[in-house]
Structures are given as C-alpha cells and as structure tokens.
Write a protein that binds this ligand. Structure first.
Ligand SMILES: [Zn+2]
Length: 333
C-alpha cells in the first residue's frame, strides 16, 4: 500500500458516506438496502445507538490469539513482509511511464537485493503480491521460490482498492481469479491476503470468510494476532495486524520524505523491543520498490542484525504464524 492511496481511499470512503447520506436522507429505509445486503450507512449525525453498533461491527477485534508459547520457547514472533505492489496497475500513477518505472525498479533491482540480504541471514519472509506484478515480472516468482523459505500471498489482482470495487460478487471473483493464478504458478494455494491500501470494503470480511483463506494481514486493531469478529460473531479469520508505523511507504514515499533511513531503523527497533518485552508479534512491512534502494537496504540489514542479536526470536512467514496461532487458539498467555 501507499499512503497517498490510503488518503485517496479515505476520501472515497468519505464521499461514499456523503452519497449514502444524501440517498438515505431522501428515502427512509434505504440504509438497509445496497449490494449484498450490506446496505449503506446513513449520515453519522443521525445514527441511533443500534445503527452505531451495526455500522461499526464489520471487522472488530475478537479473541486475542497470541499463544502461551511460541515454537521452541521463543519470546516473540517476527514476520518480515514485503508488499510487492511495484507493478500494481491500481497503484498511484497506474500505467504512466514515470510511476511505472519507479515501480519496475522494485522488480529488477530492489527484489534481488532484498532476496540476497534474506539469503545472507537465512531469514524467511512473506511476499504479498498483486497478480499484475506477477504477470509483468514473472521472474520474481521464481526468484522468491528459489530458497524454499518464503511465502507468496495475495495483495489484490491489480492492487485494486476494495472500497472502489465495493461489490461482493466482484470482490469474490477477483480473489478466486488471483488464487487460481497463484495456484497455477506456485503449485500451491496461497494461505492469506493483505488488502491493497490495507482497506476493506463493507463486503470484504464476508468475502474472505467464504474464500477459505486462513489469515488476513490488513487490519490494525491490536499489536498481536486476533480473530476478526463480524456483526458480533467470530469469523475464524486470523488477523495478523499491520501498522503504518511499521510500514516503509509513509516514511519514504515517492518524494523521499525521510532522507535519513536510519530514523526508520530506530522506529522499527523500538517497536520490536516492546513486542519482545510483551512476548507478542512484530509485523514488518517493506516494499521492494521503496526499501530496495541502496541506502535503505543498509538500514534493513542493520535491523535484521539487531533482531537476530536477541535470543528467542521466531522468524516466520505469516502463513506459519497464522497456522500456529490457529492451532493454539485459546491457549493464550
Ligand atoms: Zn500495497
């Protein structure tokens, strides 16, 4: 995801609310209408207590899923994640050559540099990849598969914003199409997904629940794994939460807003230190076209060396973490 996309998504969501408000304002009862029975929320100032509960019940924090013990007695689980949306057509700039070239950098220079770093340290990672990135640079799939340590998971068909799709049938079709594509090129079905722009539509939880995916990694309700609850009911979906604080894109962005990459290292290190102390989970998010640049990879390596210097760290793919917490659900610390 990219921060400007998140801003755009927020604006779109706000615009949708305004449109919905104007519709519901003119016709009583339209708040329950809409695609897939999700309905559109009425204007917030008019919400009654039940409407507030209903509207905000789509993806809530359910059970905490941090297990009593991580594998081999580890104190903390760490996932190194890369959102490989360098060639997500739905990303900012789309097919415009300038933006596309800065994205292509991630595929041809950034990713090899990152994989080489992960090999040097023998670390596993999760690569969340829009199918469009795989279509345009299929060699990335082979490069990532080579070590056998990494996971490839979903990140949209073209990095589409699900709020803009906002249609349960279409969202389900895009997920099925993406799963089929990766099944074909990986020989296995991805276990999880990270929503482009880390945004769900009002339909997404239900679509994911039916997809058979084990986990999602797009919500931000806790610092540790939890089960997504929807409309007061457990969904069975494991959430491995992300955070903008632990995402390289807001720090660097297209304009290189943070010229000293070492500052990001310090934030990531402090986040890890508290996760370690609390014995939970640290989800790191990078982008090959953002952090694959020379000065930034230096700090990435420094971070990995710092984390490796602590005893009892379980580096794992998101898939392995999700499966582990699901198996150990209820045995919380
Ligand atoms: Zn993304």
């Amino acid at each position: 995801m990219k921060p400007h996309l998140q801003t755009t998504a927020r604006m779109l969501a706000f615009a949708a609310l305004v449109v919905a408000a104007s519709q519901t304002g003119s016709t009583q009862g339209q708040g329950q209408r809409g695609r897939g029975g999700q309905g559109q929320p009425p204007s917030t100032p008019t919400w009654s207590e039940p409407q507030i509960r209903e509207a905000m019940s789509i993806a809530r924090v359910g059970r905490r899923l941090t297990p009593k013990a991580w594998p081999n007695g580890a104190k903390v689980a760490v996932n190194i994640g890369y959102d490989v949306d360098n060639m997500g057509v739905g990303r900012g700039g789309g097919p415009l050559p300038g933006a596309a070239s800065s994205g292509e950098y991630g595929a041809v220079d950034g990713l090899p540099r990152i994989l080489s770093l992960l090999d040097r340290h023998q670390l596993p990672a999760s690569f969340f990849m829009p199918v469009s990135s795989a279509i345009l640079n299929p060699e990335m799939i082979e490069m990532i598969k080579k070590s056998g340590r990494h996971e490839i998971a979903l990140h949209g068909w073209v990095h589409e914003n699900q709020n803009q799709v906002n249609n349960p049938e279409e969202e389900a079709r895009l997920i099925t199409q993406s799963l089929d594509y990766f099944q074909k090129v990986l020989g296995k079905r991805p276990a999880g997904t990270r929503a482009p722009a880390w945004n769900f539509s009002l339909n997404t939880v239900e679509v994911l629940r039916k997809s058979g995916l084990i986990y999602d990694s797009s919500m931000m309700g806790l610092d540790e794994p939890y089960e997504i609850e929807s409309k007061g009911q457990p969904t069975g979906l494991v959430e491995l939460p992300v955070e903008w604080i632990l995402d390289d894109a807001p720090y660097f962005g297209a304009n290189g807003a943070l010229p000293v990459p070492e500052l990001m290292f310090k934030v990531y290190r402090d986040e890890f230190d508290v996760a370690y102390k609390e014995g939970t989970l640290c989800m790191l998010t990078f982008h090959p076209h953002v952090s694959g640049h020379r000065s930034r990879v230096v700090q990435m390596e420094k971070l990995f060396e710092y984390i490796k210097s602590k005893p009892g760290v379980w580096f794992a793919t998101a898939e392995d973490i999700a499966k582990y917490v699901k198996q150990n659900a209820g045995k919380t610390h």
